[in-house]
Design a protein around this ligand. Sequence first.
Ligand code: TYD
Ligand code: MG
Length: 477
Amino acid sequence: MAKRRSIYACTECGAQSPRWLGRCPQCGSWSTLVEEVESSPSRAAEFVTPSPGATAGKAVALRDVAGGGAPRIPTGIGELDRVLGGGLVPGAVVLLGGEPGIGKSTLALQLAASLVTPRAARTGDAPNTARGLSVLYVSGEESAEQIRLRAERLPEMPENLRVLAETRAEAIAEPWRETKPALVLVDSIQTLQTERVESAAGSVAQVRECAALLATAAKATQTAVVLVGHVTKDGGLAGPRVLEHLVDVVLFFEGDRGHSYRVLRAVKNRFGSTLEVGVFSMGDAGLVAVENPSELFLAERRTGTPGSCVVPLLEGTRPILLEVQALVAPASYGTARRTAIGFDEGRLALLLAVLARRGNIDALASDVYLNATGGVRISEPAADLGVVLAVASSRLDLPIPADAAAIGEVGLGGEVRRVARLEPRVKEAARLGFRRILVPRASAIAMPGAELVPIDGVAEAVAWLLAQSRGDLPKRA
Ligand code: TYD
Ligand code: MG
């Protein structure tokens, strides 16, 4: 038996070193190197027999490579297909990451259910979707009974879904060969363990080795594989970064657990764009695709209340309308408080200073609270003008007209700057019945059915707000 060597791997970036070091030479993190027993390189050779016709080890001329893009398996879940770029690619490995409790297992099960359930043939469907595809669902977190309980809550119970409650990677090989699945789901990669590595489940070495094993098997059998992975507090995938290099697609499932709204985002996609996002809402019967997120976010809006402004943002390539709420209240103690939910507090402080100096609305000595409704996190500067207007509206106690929305980045000089891709935002606002849309003057466009109000700066926006409220007062005869 060959002598086994110990190596040390960084838990942050996966870099390896023959001896222990206090600091990772690759990523510079301290005390992240842990000991691993090096595994044999011939992994997965016997895991699954390769499909005939596999061209391993042979170089081919590009012209002899079948073109036309890989045939995809549409998942039947529109929002998921959108993010994947049209469906699952056979042989590709997808990593589905997200915080615990966000709904990864639910999404995975719904994906499995959708593929297993026979569908009326549609153009673009994989050949045998009419009979339902074979799917293997491997869970190291839940027992088969628990999965059944979960499946029973779905609108249609996927009776033909094969489930396997297993944590040993090698034990997947047999059912894999037997059921010849189109898709193998593993929930989660951190619970899986292979005999080839001696460290504990969830360790860098285990996660990497198991993922590599499954990736090899996926390629060999042309099976799509979805790996569920937990993320750490700071948003990184638990386990090594190398996992991201090993897989073809990395999806992140995000959202606020206090709200039902969830966003699925592609961070990496070898087969499609990373711009698209999928929007879901978590309900009693699992996740429901939200085709009109704006309507969801604006559903609870109370019009006529000061401090509320609607902003059209972009999620990927999709415009989404959101409500920004501000509350300006007298400060009770010496220092004024700034609290922002779903918005950067530093940016809020900056906008308050600009509003005071350039817009003549002084909220610097007051407490200011800001809230992006729906549990959404605003990261776009395009929301600046809406935030400024919401604060001004609360400070002046003047409601912003119900049919108005605002788009624009605010600079330190109080100027309203242009934003990327104005047109889809304006279109979405107009579609939802917003008739007056404040836009940066520099990028004003013509839009039938909506009145675009070109705005130069913060002072002009405040003047507009004051003029609206005067116009809304009952006319004196
Ligand atoms: P889950 O998919 O188990 O999350 P993860 O695998 O990412 O840890 O979902 C967990 C939460 O979703 C749980 O708190 C309950 C909630 N949930 C619903 O609200 N409705 C449902 O139909 C299901 C299945 C879960
Ligand atoms: Mg889970």
